[in-house]
Design a binder for this molecule. Structure first.
Ligand SMILES: [Zn+2]
Length: 48
């Protein structure tokens, strides 16, 4: 499962100026609020 997910908006300030942070996959930095956050794949929803 790929972890190369690109967020469209910052989850904290809704800013759109996001770019990868360092070499860690799934880690992004927001240029609007200077926060660094990480996206983590949790799982899939299984219909019953
Ligand atoms: Zn932000």
């Amino acid at each position: 499962m790929s972890e190369r997910v690109s967020p469209l908006y910052c989850p904290y300030c809704a800013g759109e100026d996001l770019r990868p942070h360092g070499d860690q996959h799934g880690t992004w930095e927001c240029r609007s609020c200077t926060r660094v956050f990480k996206l983590t794949f949790v799982g899939l929803v299984v219909s019953q």
